[in-house]
Design a protein around this ligand. Structure first.
Ligand code: 3PG
Length: 208
C-alpha cells in the first residue's frame, strides 16, 4: 500500500475531480495521464463518482485514485470497493479515521487549524490536507507551521490556481497542492479533454 507521504511526492498537483457522468471518466483520466498526472482525487459528491472510480481503476491502472469528500464509514468502504487507493477528507472526525482504518486505506485527513493538525499528529498522521487553503490562511499560514510542526506535510487545497500554485509549492512543508482548475466540472461535462490535457501538462510541470 502506498503511503500518503509517497502519494504527495508523486507530482506537484493533485487534480480534484467532480464528475457528473461516469462515461467521461476514462477519457478524463487518459487526458490527465497524457499531461503527466499520476494521482487524482475523485470527490464523492456526485452519484456518478463511484462508477467513475471503478472505470478509471479498470482502464487506467497507472493512475492512483484518491476518493475525496469522505465524510463517513460507508463512503470509505464503497470507495475502496470501487478501486480507490487512498481516501481524502475535507475535515476529520473520529468516524472518518475509523472508516479509513476499517477500509484498510491510507487517509489524507483534512484540517484547517493548528489545533486540528496537532490532534491528527497525536492520532499518528504526518500529512494533512489543508482546506479551504486560500481562505483558511493562505501560504503565509502554512509557512508559519513549518517551525512549530516540523515533519508535517501539508497538501493545500481550495482556491488554488495555476498562477498561485507556485506560492504554495515554494514552501518547505508543501510538495503537492490540490485543485479543480486542471479539470473543472464544466470542462469535463463539455468533454474538453484537449484543454484538460494541456492544463494537466502545465500543472505537472510545476516545480515543488
Ligand atoms: C476540494 O474539494 O478540495 C475543493 O473543492 C477544491 O477546491 P477548488 O475547487 O477551489 O480547487
Amino acid at each position: 500500500m502506498t503511503s500518503i507521504t509517497e502519494i504527495l511526492q508523486m507530482g506537484p498537483v493533485m487534480p480534484v475531480i467532480v464528475i457528473d457522468d461516469s462515461a467521461q471518466a476514462v477519457p478524463l483520466a487518459q487526458a490527465l495521464l497524457q499531461g503527466g498526472i499520476r494521482t487524482i482525487e475523485i470527490t464523492l459528491r456526485t452519484p456518478a463518482a463511484l462508477d467513475a472510480m471503478q472505470a478509471v481503476a479498470t482502464a487506467c491502472p497507472e493512475i492512483l485514485i484518491g476518493a475525496g469528500t469522505v465524510t463517513n464509514v460507508r463512503l470509505a468502504k464503497q470507495a475502496r470497493d470501487a478501486g480507490a487507493g487512498f481516501l481524502v477528507s475535507p475535515g476529520t472526525t473520529d468516524a472518518v479515521i475509523k472508516g479509513a482504518v476499517d477500509a484498510g486505506l491510507p487517509l489524507l485527513p483534512g484540517a484547517a487549524s493548528v489545533s486540528e493538525i496537532m490532534v491528527l499528529m497525536e492520532a499518528g498522521f504526518n500529512a494533512v490536507k489543508f482546506f479551504p487553503a486560500a481562505t483558511a490562511g493562505g501560504p503565509s499560514f502554512i509557512k508559519s507551521l513549518a517551525s512549530p510542526l516540523p515533519g508535517v506535510s501539508v497538501c493545500p487545497t481550495g482556491g488554488i490556481s495555476l498562477a498561485t500554485a507556485p506560492d504554495w509549492l515554494a514552501l518547505p512543508n508543501v510538495s503537492c497542492v490540490g485543485g479543480s482548475w486542471i479539470a473543472p466540472q464544466a470542462m469535463i461535462a463539455a468533454g474538453d479533454f484537449d484543454r484538460i490535457a494541456a492544463n494537466a501538462s502545465a500543472a505537472a510541470s510545476l516545480s515543488s
